[in-house]
Ligand binder design. Structure first.
Ligand SMILES: NC(=O)c1ccc[n+]([C@@H]2O[C@H](COP(=O)([O-])OP(=O)(O)OC[C@H]3O[C@@H](n4cnc5c(N)ncnc54)[C@H](O)[C@@H]3O)[C@@H](O)[C@H]2O)c1
Length: 220
């Protein structure tokens, strides 16, 4: 039986969002411990690396079906395999990207996304200097060709990096074309039908948190 066959994870829709955000972090750190030659890892050990309570880590890991052994902890290889499978990083999810500007271009150049299971297979723009070219081997088509390319590629995820003014309009086009999940980088709160998944992401939101904490530390 392969490792994946042994993994019987619980219904991942019930996992709390903060847990889902922490799990990739544990994964990266367990991989680091593996590089250092560790074969077993305990939640206490992970806790020391990333400064999260060991009991919280154990609770988060209880959502993925892996049992640790008393005193020795979790087997590193098994934990990595279970986490990668649980988080969907082992299956490549194909995506289209709309808007190859400074942010969209950077995402097309980022080889890290594929390590987390996202493969941007094509991009769309209206700028004539971009349409018909490739970036990092990824073809850039005209937005008008989206419907046709949907039939060709069988993609379910759309990455949205267009100017804010057209965020809703492009979202509507994506959804009408069959996109089921939108990774929205625009600051616009796009509206979608209930069955469509939206993930809003902002680098700047984290920046504001950092500035706020920095100011707090300085005034302490
Ligand atoms: N979430 C974040 O942390 C974050 C960071 C940077 C930018 N952004 C947002 O991302 C978006 C893009 O920012 P940017 O700095 O890359 O802008 P940009 O102007 O450099 O790029 C926008 C791109 O969209 C293209 N575009 C215009 N109309 C289009 C259409 N109909 N179909 C497809 N492409 C079209 C433009 O030709 C351009 O290449 C903005 O909404 C911005 O607010 C978010």
């Amino acid at each position: 039986m392969t490792m994946n066959n042994q993994i019987q994870h619980k219904d991942s829709t019930k996992v709390p969002e903060p847990t889902l955000r922490r799990l990739p972090w544990y994964l990266s750190n367990v991989k680091l411990l593996k590089q250092k030659g560790e074969r077993y890892v305990s939640s206490t050990q992970i806790s020391k690396e990333i400064n999260i309570d060991a009991s919280q880590i154990a609770k988060d890991l209880s959502y993925v079906n892996i049992s640790g052994r008393t005193r020795v902890g979790y087997e590193v290889d098994a934990l990595i395999a279970v986490l990668e499978d649980f988080l969907g990083f082992t299956n490549m999810h194909k995506a289209f990207l709309f808007g190859v500007g400074s942010l969209g271009g950077a995402l097309l150049r980022d080889s890290g996304l594929s390590h987390f299971g996202l493969e941007i297979v094509a991009a769309f723009d209206v700028n004539p200097t971009l349409v018909g070219t490739t970036l990092n081997g990824i073809p850039i088509f005209h937005s008008d060709d989206f419907q046709e390319k949907m039939k060709e590629y069988g993609v379910h995820i759309g990455v949205l990096t267009v100017p804010i003014e057209i965020a809703q309009c492009i979202t509507d086009t994506m959804v009408a074309g069959g996109i089921k999940a939108v990774w929205n980088f625009t600051p616009f709160r796009i509206r979608v039908p209930e069955d469509i998944v939206v993930q809003n992401t902002s680098l700047y939101a984290h920046l504001a948190v950092m500035f706020n904490r920095l100011n707090f530390n300085e005034t302490e």
